[in-house]
Design a protein around this ligand. Structure first.
Ligand SMILES: [Zn+2]
Length: 288
């Protein structure tokens, strides 16, 4: 399932509501019944998945034609001032990458970490150095799962759109996870068709059009204040203009995976999938 899809696939982060059991294997068969196409395994509160389960996830996902990605633990902070914490973060990211690969994940999403008391430029250099080491180990182990650094929603978190795109441009083998709820919440501005279109153009300009042909995108409604993101909301309950956002994706011809992170995972993901289908029936992609 690592080949780039010819359209957008829609899925959820973690066990969807309505799934009869709290298990990734059950989530895969449940998702395929609902018509969704992707599952992001949530290692966010700790890496508990055993190698055996990971192998079963891979097989089950292949049987049900569900695209698998994974999200590394929130514990990871590559910007940590404490050397021990930084090393633990690197180890945790590598372990997550190996388990994600065993589970057949095409992508592993992670958070870069926090600025702490450091200047953003200093944090950038530290995160870059850490990632360079991890990417080189991943290459030597021939891991095919892509590392994706996420654009973050809180101002104290490393990972503005500019930081993420610059790092991905500088480091071979590093890709972005474009979280549009975070991009919006970080300063409350990016929330119109034109804004979304410009963000996507910026991605193509910095990383090449290929970055939009196999994109990995997070979406949800979001509540925010002057510090950035506060919490996720369902799309209907949020100011986020998801219809304009999806239209911009479709007009530019973005392909790849949309992972829904709303509290109502399944219903928001299905709503977006249906909206996308009706958009595609109406018109052809304009450019690229
Ligand atoms: Zn995340």
């Amino acid at each position: 399932m690592s080949a780039a899809p010819d359209r957008l696939l829609f899925g959820v982060a973690g066990i969807p509501e309505g799934c009869p059991e709290d298990s990734s294997l059950k989530a895969i068969s449940y998702l395929s019944q609902t018509g969704l196409e992707a599952l992001e395994l949530e290692f966010v509160h700790g890496l508990k998945m055993a190698g055996e389960t990971a192998n079963l996830v891979k097989l089950t996902a292949q049987q049900h034609n569900i695209k698998i990605s994974a999200h590394a633990p929130y514990f990871i902070n590559l910007g940590a001032e404490d050397q021990g914490k930084k090393m633990q973060s690197q180890e945790m990211l590598l372990k997550s990458l190996r388990i994600a690969a065993a589970a057949g994940a095409s992508d592993l999403v992670f958070h870069g970490g926090y600025y702490g008391l450091k200047a953003p430029e200093e944090t950038y250099l530290q995160v870059k150095k850490s990632l360079k080491e991890i990417l080189s180990i991943g290459r030597s182990e021939r891991v095919s799962t892509k590392l994706r650094i996420e654009v973050m929603g809180k101002k104290k978190q490393f990972g503005s759109l500019e930081e993420v795109l610059s790092l991905c441009r500088e480091l071979e083998g590093l890709y972005p996870c474009l979280d549009f709820a975070h991009i919006f919440a970080r300063d409350g501005r990016i929330n119109s068709y034109r804004d979304f279109y410009q963000v996507l153009e910026k991605v193509a300009k910095k990383l090449g059009k290929a970055a939009l042909k196999n994109a990995h995108i997070h979406i949800s409604g979001v509540k925010y204040n002057q510090t950035g993101e506060l919490n996720h909301l369902n799309l209907e309950e949020s100011e986020f203009r998801y219809d304009e956002w999806l239209q911009a994706l479709d007009d530019i011809g973005v392909k790849g995976t949309i992972i829904c992170e709303s509290p109502s995972l399944t219903s928001d993901a299905l709503m977006l999938k249906n909206l996308y289908r009706s958009m595609r029936e109406k018109r052809q992609p304009l450019i690229f």
